[in-house]
Ligand binder design. Structure first.
Ligand SMILES: [Zn+2]
Length: 135
C-alpha cells in the first residue's frame, strides 16, 4: 500500500506540501493526497498495470525510476506527491474541472513541477514534483 503520509516526502518537499494544502484550502479547493512514497515493488506492480496486468496504463516508470520511489539514508523521501481535488466530498478525476487549474497554479507558484502543465514530460495532472537540483 503506497503511503499518503507527508512525513514520507523529501525534507525539502514537506514544507512545500504543507503550504500547498493550506493555500489550496484558502482558495476553496480541498486536495486529497493519494500518494506520497511507494516502494519499488509497488512501482513495478503499477508499471505492470495495462501491460502484463489488467487495467489502464498509469505510469511509464519502473521501480527506482519514479520520483515517488526516492529514499534518503534508506528512508522514504519521495520527491513527488499526487493529489486529486475533493468536490462535494468526492474525488473529481475530470481534469477539466476548474479546481485542477487552481491546484496547478498554486503548486507552480510554490516552485513545484506540475505535470498537468502544458509541455510537461507527460501529462499527469495529479503529480507535483520537487524540481531537479535539490539534493
Ligand atoms: Zn505522481
Amino acid at each position: 500500500m503506497a503511503s499518503r503520509n507527508l512525513d514520507d516526502l523529501h525534507p525539502a518537499l514537506q514544507p512545500l506540501a504543507h503550504a500547498f494544502l493550506a493555500r489550496c484550502q484558502d482558495a476553496g479547493v480541498t486536495p486529497l493526497i493519494t500518494c506520497t512514497w511507494r516502494s519499488g515493488a509497488e512501482q513495478d506492480a503499477l508499471y505492470a498495470q495495462g501491460r502484463s496486468a489488467p487495467g489502464p496504463r498509469v505510469t511509464n516508470a519502473r521501480a527506482g525510476q519514479s520520483a515517488h520511489n526516492f529514499t534518503l539514508n534508506g528512508q522514504p523521501a519521495a520527491r513527488a506527491f499526487d493529489v486529486v481535488p475533493l468536490v462535494a466530498g468526492k474525488p473529481q478525476w475530470d481534469a477539466g474541472h476548474p479546481h485542477w487549474q487552481i491546484m496547478g497554479r498554486i503548486g507552480t507558484e510554490l516552485g513545484l513541477n506540475w505535470y498537468g502543465r502544458p509541455g510537461a514530460p507527460f501529462r499527469e495532472f495529479p503529480h507535483f514534483e520537487l524540481v531537479k537540483g535539490i539534493a
